[in-house]
Write a protein that binds this ligand. Sequence first.
Ligand SMILES: C[S@@+](CC[C@H](N)C(=O)[O-])C[C@H]1O[C@@H](n2cnc3c(N)ncnc32)[C@H](O)[C@@H]1O
Ligand SMILES: Nc1nc2[nH]cc(C(=O)O)c2c(=O)[nH]1
Ligand code: SF4
Ligand SMILES: [Mg+2]
Length: 257
Amino acid sequence: MPVNSTVQSETDRSIDGEGLPINELFYSLQGEGELAGVPSVFVRTSGCNLRCWFCDSYHTSWEPSHTQMRLDEIVDEVESYEQANHVVLTGGEPLIHEDAVTLLERLDERGYHTTVETNGTIYRDAPIDLASISPKLASSTPTAEKDPKGDGEWADRHESRRLDIEALAELVDTYESQLKFVVTDEEDIPEIESIVEKVRDAAWTTVRDSDVLLMPEGMTRDDLDERRNEVAELAIEHGYRYTPRLHVDLWNDAPGT
Ligand SMILES: C[S@@+](CC[C@H](N)C(=O)[O-])C[C@H]1O[C@@H](n2cnc3c(N)ncnc32)[C@H](O)[C@@H]1O
Ligand SMILES: Nc1nc2[nH]cc(C(=O)O)c2c(=O)[nH]1
Ligand code: SF4
Ligand SMILES: [Mg+2]
């Protein structure tokens, strides 16, 4: 269900009231991370507290659009995909919304495995089976040269918000998790190592190198063709896990995939 009817001007704060602003809801294969290949229903909320220049979900961050859906409508639509046992709650940043917790509770009551795709800046207590955390590196910052929309107006706000080690540690300590870094080139590696070390110092839970995933930056197959081998080599060199972007390999940048 692609939705682009209602345009919302500014969506930094949580939207109050019953329900969630939904950008799209669809059934596909999980394309990223340790559950790559698993048939899953994707619930994509609109609105984000960051603005990565490369965001592949532009209409949830830079120019958010959504339809407000009640939680029971969302659950009904999820249940309409009868083959699916897995639900991926993503965005935008799903955890800016308080009602994300209630949605996860309702899905959990119905026996779904829940993955939450999050930038790791916000902790919430919810029935999350896999916290798929993608901490944002300096290379994600929308500088004036990289800003897809303007002149770098978001750069300072993005930069000051993008990392919260306490929130990352709390997510890692509470949930089964993976740290999935978007890699542009080898210059990202020292910052990844530094973030992983800081999370290890702040968390009780052991963060294994195999819980650290390197994912090539790329919205399209052509982007990935340029980068996937270099990122795979970096994973081999540093002992981290590589994750593909299966959905991009299979369907390029088609909506609803
Ligand atoms: C659109 S985000 C939504 C969830 C959350 N805001 C986050 O960033 O983790 C979903 C996933 O796509 C990744 N992503 C976004 N744009 C990308 C790009 N151009 N190349 C590779 N991964 C990208 C994010 O890092 C995240 O893992
Ligand atoms: N197939 C598919 N897998 C995904 N895994 C994480 C996604 C996301 O946008 O959060 C995503 C997505 O958009 N599509
Ligand atoms: S944090 Fe996620 S949704 Fe927000 S701008 Fe970055 S990639 Fe897009
Ligand atoms: Mg995506």
